[in-house]
Design a protein. Structure first.
Length: 714
């Protein structure tokens, strides 16, 4: 079918015609004819697309049933292929479905599969890489017991999974065992020193693998192995034979078991650590493994471990690893916080100065706000010596909250930290002589603290937006297949797949093309993809692309009876979900405005609005409930977006605590910078900045950086 090519040709033709019309008069009948031609082509294309979409869905269902029943006949396969035309935007997805079903039906010999995988990867490299297709032939070679071929394949395509690593070891071991059986003098049972050189080399490699050393050197395998051990207790079955032989040769020593236990402890792999203990026959080793299990499960047992385990390198490394988790078990307001006992541990175990510094930082971070005067004095002495920006910045927030001198802590920052807009703002506030010079320089930049700088100077805050160049007709024709694939996936509500396809496209083009594609996405109302486009391009200054005018009609409608501005509500939604209507958080907040089902239900009850949890993924209903909740918070904190945003993010009960702590003595900037939660502090700053940016983008006649209520004391 030629519908896609027809539309592209018409696009190019109409662009040329319009360009020509700027120089020469084009008759109205000619333009009407062009319009009619466009309309007919568009209608035909839409009809074709609807039909092909239905055929794609039929293909999915057909192949799913065939795979489920294990009946992929030649007739079904031929029918599936006839259902998809080469011009359909999801042709790659259809080919992938067919390929997956063919593999599952076991129609290929291992050699055929290797060839088919290579062909598919050449045609669709991203799909192949994402699904690790190159790893598939391992299973088929192993199941067919074509061991030399498996080994040869592993040399061309290294294994990236635990299962495939074990298949390679099993293949090599089986071939060597068969070879040894033909020459009994080559090996004496129970005597690894007399094993053949090939077997000795293989056992050494397996030894390294068993202890986790290969994974620590191979990033791809390392990630796979770490994930495997966190979920499983035993090696894959394919490793059973070589593991038993390796053990029977006396190579599974207590020292190696300890090294393996250290590796599993570092991964937090409890099932595997328990299994290691259960399969050991050494009572002393079992006692040590039990202590390690207990320490992994309950980090507070570190003190007992430190006091009762011998001074060995393995134990030292375990203690180093366990200390941060142990510190998190300490009460923040513990009585008489004192690092000296942990300093004693560090000296006893001969820990490096770098590790001791890390321990000290972890301890200080945990009990930072402890009210004990002696601890606070020691803490401040240590902070000046440690020069750790994360802790110094926390101390700066404390000084701002306490309204004590900032200079010692500003001076303690590294040069990189001093360049942050936040600390340049506070440097200006702390230095009256340089105040205006520093604030004026800061106010020319983009961000929340430049806004604060402009506010402190009593002048308007402006944005210098870079220009955006749209896709040329040639670029649009070039990117049409990828863009139509994104469009079709979205039409089928395959939003995650559409996002993946979008990112694949963006990662293959230049910065300027990323910007043009992002502008195109905004024009198609793909607002979540537009935001993703600016992230992929790192186009932070392109605020007009980062902040699409999304769902404007719904905000206008739902805010009619609420004393909440459209720009503020949109800023909340942009910060919450980046305009992804299907977003879900780890806490189960959902949709554009990331409403928790419990909060949404309570708001719906209060406002007499309809509600069911599935409504939260519907943009109209999510905005209805989110703006209603903002209106409720506005009743609690009238015209104060700082407190409303903080409550929306962290809860009104926490805002109440922070206000009580401030006691009405903090200025606006002091209150914001001393919000204890990093997430909420950044959230408030971003929302206020986004609100003002939206006011600029929507050309609001009266722009408000901060209301009178916001600029008062807290």
């Amino acid at each position: 079918m030629m519908w896609k090519k027809t539309l592209v040709s018409l696009l190019l033709f109409s662009s040329a015609t319009m360009a020509k019309s700027e120089k020469h008069s084009v008759s109205a009948p000619a333009l009407d004819a062009l319009k009619q031609q466009w309309t007919q082509a568009y209608q035909q294309a839409q009809q074709t697309l609807v039909a092909e979409r239905e055929q794609f869905l039929q293909l999915e269902a057909l192949l799913k049933n065939a795979e489920k029943q294990g009946k992929l006949s030649d007739r079904v396969l031929a029918l599936a292929k006839r259902l998809i035309s080469d011009d359909y935007p999801l042709k790659p997805d259809a080919d992938w479905l067919i390929f997956k079903t063919l593999v599952a039906s076991e129609r290929f010999t291992p050699e055929q599969l290797e060839h088919e995988v290579a062909q598919f990867a050449a045609q669709y490299p991203l799909i192949a890489k994402r699904n690790r297709l190159a790893q598939l032939p391992y299973t088929h070679y192993y199941q067919a017991q074509k061991l030399p071929e498996l080994i040869a394949y592993s040399q061309a395509v290294p294994p990236e999974t635990m299962d495939n690593m074990c298949r390679v070891f099993a293949a090599k071991f089986q071939l060597l065992a068969e070879k040894t059986a033909l020459n009994p003098e080559a090996e004496q049972a129970g005597s690894p020193a007399n094993a053949s050189p090939e077997m000795a080399e293989l056992l050494t490699a397996f030894d390294t693998f068993w202890q986790g050393k290969i994974a620590q050197q191979n990033e791809k395998l390392g990630e796979a192995e770490a994930s495997y051990w966190r979920k499983n207790a035993f090696l894959p079955l394919e490793c059973g034979g070589i593991e038993a032989y390796w053990r029977d040769q006396g190579l599974k020593t207590a020292a190696k078991i300890q090294q393996k236990a250290l590796y599993l402890f570092q991964l937090g792999a409890k099932p595997a650590l328990v299994s290691l203990n259960e399969n050991s026959q050494d009572p002393e080793l079992n006692g040590w493994l039990s202590a390690l299990e207990k320490l992994l499960a309950e980090p507070k047992n570190l003190q007992h471990f430190v006091q009762n385990q011998p001074l060995t390198e393995v134990n030292r490394r375990i203690i180093e690893k366990a200390f941060p988790a142990f510190v998190r078990t300490l009460a923040e307001q513990m009585d008489n916080p004192n690092f000296s006992v942990y300093q004693g541990w560090a000296e006893k175990w001969g820990l490096s100065e770098e590790t001791q510094k890390a321990w000290k930082m972890a301890f200080i971070s945990r009990v930072f706000d402890n009210l004990d005067p002696a601890f606070q004095l020691w803490r401040d002495e240590q902070l000046l010596a440690l020069k750790a920006d994360q802790l110094t910045e926390r101390r700066l927030r404390t000084a701002i909250f306490q309204q004590t001198p900032l200079k010692p802590w500003l001076d303690n920052l590294t040069p990189q930290a001093k360049e942050k807009a936040e600390w340049r703002y506070w440097q200006a506030k702390a230095d009256p002589k340089q105040r205006n010079v520093l604030l004026n320089a800061l106010a020319t930049e983009r961000g929340f603290y430049p806004m604060l700088a402009a506010h402190a100077l009593g002048k308007p805050y402006t944005l210098n937006l870079p220009s955006v160049v749209s896709l040329t007709p040639h670029q649009q024709a070039q990117f049409t297949p990828a863009l139509e694939r994104v469009r079709e996936l979205r039409a089928l509500k395959r939003f995650e797949a559409a996002k993946t396809a979008w990112i694949d496209l963006l990662q293959a083009v230049s910065f300027d093309e990323k910007i043009a594609l992002t502008d195109y996405a905004n024009g198609q109302s793909w607002v979540d993809l537009a935001v993703e486009g600016t992230i992929q391009a790192k186009a932070w200054d392109y605020v007009q692309l980062r902040l699409p005018n999304a769902y404007a009609q719904w905000f206008d409608l739902h805010l009619t009876d609420h004393n909440i501005t459209k720009t503020f509500a949109m800023a909340i939604a942009r910060q919450e979900s980046a305009w992804n209507a299907q977003a879900r958080s780890h806490a189960n907040a959902q949709g554009l405005m990331q409403m928790l089902p419990s909060t949404a239900k309570q708001t719906a009850d209060n406002q007499q609005l309809p509600f069911s949890e599935r409504d939260l993924l519907d943009p109209f209903k999510n905005i209805m409930l989110g703006t209603a909740h903002l209106a409720e918070l506005n009743e609690k904190y009238p015209n104060n977006r700082i407190l409303i945003a903080a409550a929306y993010n962290a809860g009104a009960h926490r805002v109440k605590t922070w206000l009580e702590r401030a006691g009405g003595r903090l200025a606006m900037d002091e209150f914001i910078v001393s919000i204890p939660f990093l997430e909420t502090r950044g959230y408030v700053q971003n929302v206020l900045a986004y609100d003002y940016y939206y006011q600029i983008l929507q050309e609001q006649p009266q722009k408000v950086m901060f209301s009178q209520e916001e600029a008062s004391n807290y």
